[in-house]
Each structure stands twice: as C-alpha cells, then as structure tokens.
Design a protein around this ligand. Structure first.
Ligand SMILES: Nc1nc2c(c(=O)[nH]1)N[C@H]1C(S)=C(S)[C@@H](COP(=O)(O)OP(=O)(O)OC[C@H]3O[C@@H](n4cnc5c(=O)[nH]c(N)nc54)[C@H](O)[C@@H]3O)O[C@H]1N2
Ligand SMILES: Nc1nc2c(c(=O)[nH]1)N[C@H]1C(S)=C(S)[C@@H](COP(=O)(O)OP(=O)(O)OC[C@H]3O[C@@H](n4cnc5c(=O)[nH]c(N)nc54)[C@H](O)[C@@H]3O)O[C@H]1N2
Ligand SMILES: [Mo]
Length: 770
C-alpha cells in the first residue's frame, strides 16, 4: 500500500479518471485482452447481466453498456488468480483472521470445496459428496430438535432460478428463516411502499426518464454505486430537466459527469452539470425537508385557490385516488418552519425553492437510496417522499414515479420468487399444492432477528447463499463472539471472506460458479435470470470457462443440499431442475402465473420483460384501496441521537468508489479525494475546530449508547470535508463495529447505518483497553 494521500478531487465523475482506474484493474487481475472484450457482452440482451448493481438494462444498449465499477466487478470475478488447497495448507484460519478484507478476496477465486479442520486450524479440501453428507446429517439432527434453529441467508446476487430453489428448500426444511441482504438495504422500501401505494417495488421504467421534467434525488451516490444511471440523468439534463439533490455530502457524481464512452466528451472534457439544486440536508433530516416542501406546496395551493389562480395540488387525482389527505395537510400545517429548519439542516428558503420547481413540473421522478432507507425513521421518510409525489399525481403516469435504487443485481428478484421471512409475501397455498407439503406459516427471522437468534443461542446453523454476513451486519464484535458458538456454518461463495474465518464448530466453504462463467449441465449450457431495479426480468448467459473443474453451479449446490437434508419428495425433481434450468422457470411460472407468464419464451426479450405492477396503472392494492397519505409520528429523525449533546456527532457509514459492499477492490475513493486508505473520518471544519482536532490528525470513535457494550474504532484520520456540522462520515464495513444491533428502522428493522451517535476522541483520551 502506498502512503495515504488526501486531496480534493476536481474532475467530473466518469471521464479519464474512470478509464484510468479501469486500466489498472485489467493489469492487476491479470486479465488477458480477450477478457476485456468480454465486457462488450455486459448488460446486452444476448449477454450476461452485470454482477454489480441492479440498475435497469436498456432494450437498445450503448455500445459499451457498462460503467467503471461494473467492469471492476466483472474483472474481480474473472480474475486469473486462484485460492486452492495449497493456499489453505500454508495459512491457518487464525492467521487469515488478521488479514484485511481486501487481501482475502484479492487472492483469487475459490476452487475446491473445503471443510474446517480443528486439529490444524486450517480449511482442507473435501469431496463434494462427503461435504453434503455431513451437512445433511447435521441439518437433519437440528430439524428434529427445532426446525427454527437453522437460518438460510441470501445475498442478492443469486439468480431467480437458484433463489426459488433455495426458498423452497428452507420451507421444506420447516421455517421461513430467509433473511437476505435487502433486510439491511431496501427492506424499508418493501415496508413503506406497500403502505403508501400497494406495491413493494419502484414504479419507474427507463422510458419514464425520457419523459420526466423533474428529478428529485435523495441519498444515493450514483457516481459510485449505480453509474450507468448517469446516462439517464445526463440525457435528462441535456433536455433541460432540473435535478434537485438532497445529500449531506457533496458527491462528485451528483455534481458533474463526463460520459467515458462518448469520445467527443472525453476529448473536449465537456462535462454535464448534474444537480441544479444541491441541498446538504443533515443525516436523517429528509423527513423534515420533505415535510417542508409539502408544507410550502399546500400553502401555495391555498393561496392560488384564494386568488382564483390554477391550483398547485392535483385535486382531481387526490379526490379519486388517495386517502388521508386531510390529516396529512393538518400535520404539515402544524409544523413550524424553525423546527423544520433545525431538523432538516436546510433553510426555509431552500425547502421553498425546491417546492417551487416541483410545483411547476408535470412529471416528477423521486429517486432514493440508502440515505433514506438506513435510518430509524426510514419507513416514515419513504412514506413522506411518496406523499410529496402524490400531492401532484406523480404516481402512475408517464415520466413520473418512485424509484428506489436497488443494490445487488438480483436482490429485488430474490424477493419476487420467495426469499422472504414474511410468509404473507409468498403464495404458500400454491406451494403446498405444487409440492405436496405443509409450508411453515410462522414468520421467519430477518437479518437483525437472525443476529439476535445467534446471540441468544436459538440459532444453531447458518447457511449463506453468497454474501459476507458477519462483515455486513451491525455490532461486529458482539456478533463475532456469538457466531463461534454456532454448531454449523455453510458458505456458498466465489471468494474468500471474513464470514469463512469466523465460523461454527463444523464449517464448510462451497465454491460456486460466477454468473459470467459457462454453466454446463447435462442438457447443455444453461441461462439464468434476474430482476432489475425497475422490475424488468432479464436472461443472462455465461461466456467464460469455469474457474476450476471442482466448482459447481449454485442451482446444483442448492439441489444437493436439499437432497442431502430432506426426505425424498416425488413432486420436487431437484435433479431434473438442475439438468435443465428451463424447468425451474416452468416451476416458477406455475407458482407465479401472472408475473412470469411465458417465462421461457420471454427470457431474452430486449430491455427485459415487465413485472405487472398495479400502482403503475393507478390501481391501489392497499387496505383502503387508495394511495395513502401516511402521517409520521413526528419529525425526530432518530430517537437514539441526543440532539442537544454537542459532543455527540451523527455518523454516516458509506461506500467508497473502490468497493462493492464488503468487497474492497482497493484503497482509493477518487471522487472524495482519498488515496491509499479507508480509515478516514470526514468532518465539518467547524466541528474539527470546536472539538480541538486537526485536519489530518488521528482520532478514535466510540458509540454513544448506554447498553453496557463498548463499541470503538481506533486510528481514523480526520479529513475536513463538505458535510453538515454535527455529521461525520466513514466507510462501511470497517465501522460496523459501531452500529448497535438494536439501532434499526422501527418498522422494517433495516440497520440505521446512516446515523450512529458517536463520540470522537484523540487517542490519548481513550481509557486503556482491557
Ligand atoms: N460500485 C458499487 N456499486 C454498488 C455497491 C457498492 O458497494 N459499490 N453496493 C450496491 C448495494 S447492495 C447498494 S444497497 C447500493 C448502495 O448505493 P447507495 O444508496 O448510494 O449507498 P451508500 O454508499 O451507502 O450511500 C448513500 C448516499 O446517501 C447519502 N446519505 C447518507 N445519509 C443521508 C441522509 O440522511 N439523507 C440523504 N438525503 N442522504 C444521505 C450519502 O452521502 C451517500 O451519498 O449500491 C449498489 N451498487
Ligand atoms: N454500516 C453499514 N452496513 C451495511 C451497509 C451500509 O451502508 N453501512 N449496507 C448494507 C447493504 S445495503 C447490504 S446489501 C449488505 C451487503 O451484504 P452481503 O450481500 O452479505 O455482502 P457482499 O459484500 O455483497 O458479499 C460479498 C461476498 O459474496 C460472495 N459472492 C460474490 N459473488 C457471488 C456469487 O455469484 N455467488 C455466490 N454464492 N457468492 C458470491 C463473495 O464470496 C464475496 O466475498 O451490507 C449491509 N451493511
Ligand atoms: Mo444493498
């Protein structure tokens, strides 16, 4: 690692910086030129779907329909490096526990199934059959005792086919313990949107971007985390569409962008300004900021009515389609501006300026990411954003709608085909009929509950379909301690990570194919499918040779786990499914006939085929049969924040431009001007001064919580940054140690990773470690 360097980044997002960053990875991962050509297949109708984010894939793709970070994800997966038996023979698990996340994954792809050997403290190669025999025996024994004792986690990458089989396996095992990464991510959306508009996912399609005349952009770092969306934003800006951004940090991708795939822009350095208004709301202040906008609109509408001018609110839509308007108006009227200002961190003028642009626009898209969902009041904030859209009828019309930007490439799809701890989201009766078993009806564990179950000892076995659970969840120290008491841990993975090293008494790593590799089964090479952020389904084919003859496909691994664990059931043809994935798709269609009509026929439809969504047609599948205005309990962003304590700051945990979740590609965050380190703390200049710190100095952080647990991170470098006073920010997963498990959204249980009460100390002030 080179000496860390911190220097403001002045170039736009995209551009030559992006091209340069990519070239570095081609060399480092030892990718031959043919591997780079592979990228031309990325996100194409006849190609493979990117393994990075879930952003929509257009029917008429650009020549290169990938971004810097999507390409990095491909190269990271398609690396020529391998971690095989030799590697594990020369490193004990205890030694590897001392390695940084980056180094573990950087060693390359896993090639052999492995079992932990207590005697040598090493992972040793094992035959597949032997692995399944022991795992099956263990799972059966637990099931006899308590079928709730096993948890089946999924990170959002596995295909619809794998996910459907995995969820069925868990239910036939006897529980709905199917937490997935969305429990840490957009669970807030899955709770809020059904309450407000009766659908669990966003309503916006790519076409809407071509017709919109205003984009509201909340808490999503598009330049790093969904860069392909910059194409839609740039095109909209070129049409003169304003983009109003709400984000505590000034994010480069939300300021200026050069399309690296446009030679003219590249040669002339012609960047597009992305945001026309940039509001640096305080962490968690969106609830107040959006309320302020609603208040301004309601007042302007009343005034227009009194003066006989055209109304601001869409009264016809409101009367025909919504419920709860009167209470909502009363709530907004009752909030005074001084409180809205102090809660949001914005001035009344700023909120009114945003409202004024909104009042003039006829088709508005509201986009959001983790900046809204990972808060104590996340659900209420998303409800509030939908209410703002409803005021002018911006749901269910062209060019308008709500657009949660989903994370993992198939996280939305996993929910669609049954990976859900909530039994009411799954057609259990149909499954019962299709497969002749009695599905469990009791609610399963979500991610936070699974963590609680591990701590309490109720959970005894953990199966992970991808992901890096122990690194992604809150309260790292407590969780790692409790984790070691598990009887069984099984991880289906492509690369080595911390969740393999902190393991149960019996532990297996089962290496699988990545989506980009050719998946050859007895009937020939197989395709899989996923659902993007705009609820369109796409097929995906592999193109490269498998990393090793010992790795297996995810559907095969899930089928073998199920066969080894469950009593035979003539109605579930695990082997037939694995032989031909089209048969899994037929089974999916049989369970969800409306969503997946003619699934196999439509698999490779350009642009994907759409999931029917009632709210798009202005049909409201809510309890009231209308779109609901939902009044929040209050404007307090976070009951855990002692807002009067000036020495307690509100910590936001974010991603760098050089990571995918817990996968750390490198130590640079180009857009934020950080090079060579991730141990930084972005702070406002006035807080640095007030607390007697220095820019570049070292500090330690401790969570402010009175539950008797000590949560500390040492050795962070202070970086003076454009961020509201009272807020600070640093990188996930390094700072997960600081997030208390109970610090989550009140309704959705999404960990509130965007507002953690912390105290900052210079190292000397910390009491000695015990
Ligand atoms: N390259 C890359 N792509 C990714 C990922 C990755 O790690 N790397 N992760 C994938 C996954 S799983 C997900 S969920 C998405 C995550 O993508 P994002 O939703 O962009 O997630 P974060 O990086 O956590 O950043 C959230 C943004 O919200 C802002 N923010 C923080 N607090 C607040 C707040 O209170 N209000 C507002 N308005 N803004 C706030 C932060 O400054 C930051 O810009 O990206 C996906 N795509
Ligand atoms: N503090 C804080 N915590 C957070 C967040 C935050 O913003 N702040 N964000 C949360 C969010 S939004 C999310 S989604 C979670 C992410 O949580 P996870 O989804 O659990 O974590 P990832 O880092 O995406 O998982 C990386 C691992 O997945 C495996 N993998 C990669 N590709 C494949 C594949 O094709 N198949 C299989 N089987 N395995 C594969 C590799 O072994 C790799 O090491 O973290 C959450 N935690
Ligand atoms: Mo996510």
């Amino acid at each position: 690692m080179t000496e860390p360097k911190i220097e403001a980044y002045i170039d736009p997002a995209g551009g030559w910086g992006s091209a340069k960053s990519l070239a570095k990875y081609l060399v480092r991962e030892r990718i031959p030129a043919s591997g780079a050509a592979l990228l031309n297949k990325q996100n194409k109708p006849d190609g493979y779907m990117c393994v990075s984010c879930a952003w929509a894939k257009p029917a008429k793709p650009h020549l290169f329909e990938y971004c810097e970070n999507g390409a990095k994800a491909t190269l990271w997966e398609q690396t020529a490096k391998r971690v095989g038996p030799d590697f594990f023979d020369s490193h004990t698990v205890t030694e590897l526990l001392g390695w940084p996340d980056h180094d573990l994954e950087e060693k390359g792809r896993l090639t052999h199934p492995l079992r932990y050997d207590r005697g040598t403290d090493k992972y040793v190669p094992v035959e597949w059959a032997e692995a399944f025999a022991e795992i099956g025996r263990e799972l059966q024994a637990l099931r006899a005792e308590n079928p709730r004792a096993a948890v089946f986690y999924a990170s959002g990458r596995a295909s619809l086919e794998t996910s459907y089989m995995y969820a069925l396996f868990a239910r036939m095992y006897g529980n709905n313990n199917l937490p997935d990464s969305s429990n840490m991510c957009h669970e807030t959306t899955s709770v809020a949107l059904p309450q407000s508009i009766g659908v669990p996912v966003g309503t916006v399609l790519l076409d809407d971007f071509e017709q919109t005349d205003l984009i509201l952009f909340f808490g999503q770092n598009v330049g790093s985390n969904a860069p392909r969306m910059l194409h839609q934003l740039q095109e909209a800006r070129k049409r003169g569409v304003p983009i109003i951004t709400f984000n505590p940090l000034r994010e480069r991708g939300l300021e200026r962008f050069i399309n690296p795939q446009n030679p003219i822009e590249m040669l002339t350095n012609a960047s597009t300004e992305i945001s026309t208004q940039y509001h640096q709301v305080k962490a968690g202040g969106d609830l107040a900021a959006i309320t302020g906008m609603c208040k301004a609109l309601i007042a302007a509408d009343r005034e227009a009515g009194a003066e006989g001018r055209p109304r601001i609110l869409d009264h016809r839509f409101l009367a025909e389609h919504t419920h709860g308007l009167a209470e909502f108006v009363a709530f907004c009227d009752a909030q005074d501006w001084a409180r809205l200002e102090s809660r949001s961190g914005l001035t009344r003028e700023a909120m009114e300026a945003a409202a004024a642009v909104y009042a003039r626009a006829t088709s508005v898209i509201g986009i959001y990411g983790m900046g809204l969902t990972q808060h104590r009041k996340g659900v209420e904030t998303v409800n509030m954003l939908v209410s703002l859209l409803l005021l002018r009828g911006n749901i269910g019309k062209a060019g308008a709608g709500i657009c949660p930007v989903r994370g993992h490439s198939n996280v939305q799809g996993q929910r669609t085909v049954g990976i859900a701890e909530k039994p009411e989201l799954v057609p259990l009766d149909r499954l019962a009929e299709q497969y002749g078993f009695e599905p469990p009806r009791e609610k399963g564990m979500n991610t936070v509950e699974a963590c609680e179950g591990v701590i309490s000892g109720e959970v005894k076995a953990f199966v992970g379909l991808g992901g890096n659970f122990i690194r992604a969840v809150p309260d790292t120290t407590r969780m790692e301690q409790a984790w070691r008491r598990l009887r069984l841990t099984v991880q289906v993975s492509t690369k080595l990570n911390r969740s393999h090293l902190v393991h149960g008494e019996i532990a297996y790593i089962l290496p699988c194919l990545g989506r980009i590799e050719i998946d050859e089964q007895s009937t020939g090479p197989q395709a899989v499918s996923m659902e993007d952020s705009t609820a369109c389904f796409h097929g995906s084919r592999g193109f490269t040779r498998p990393v090793s003859e010992h790795v297996r496909s995810e559907p095969w691994i899930v089928a073998e786990l199920a066969k080894a664990t469950l009593p035979p059931n003539p109605k579930v043809d695990w082997d037939g499914w694995v032989a031909d994935y089209a048969r899994i798709r037929d089974a999916i269609e049989a369970t969800y006939p409306k969503l997946f009509k003619d699934f196999n026929k439509r698999l490779f439809e350009p642009g994907g085929f759409r999931k029917p969504l009632a709210a798009r047609e202005r049909k409201w599948e809510t309890e009231t049969g209308k779109a609901n205005f939902i009044v929040p309990e209050g404007l307090e962003a976070d009951p855990d924040m002692a807002s009067d304590r000036r020495d307690v700051l509100d910590l936001i945990t974010i991603r760098s431009n050089d990571q995918f979740n817990t996968t750390v590609y490198g130590y640079d965050d180009r857009f934020r001007g950080v090079e060579g380190t991730r141990m930084v703390l972005f702070m406002n200049g006035s807080d640095i001064e007030r607390l007697g710190l220095e820019d570049g100095g070292e500090v330690d952080l401790a969570t402010e919580a009175k539950d008797g647990h000590r949560r500390e991170v040492a050795g962070l470098r202070v970086v003076k940054y454009d961020i509201p006073a009272g807020n600070c920010a640093g990188y996930y997963p390094e700072l997960n140690v600081l997030v208390p498990l109970w610090h989550h959204d009140e309704q959705a249980h999404t960990p509130a990773a965007k507002s953690i009460p912390v105290r900052i100390r210079r190292p000397a002030e910390l009491p000695a470690h015990d």
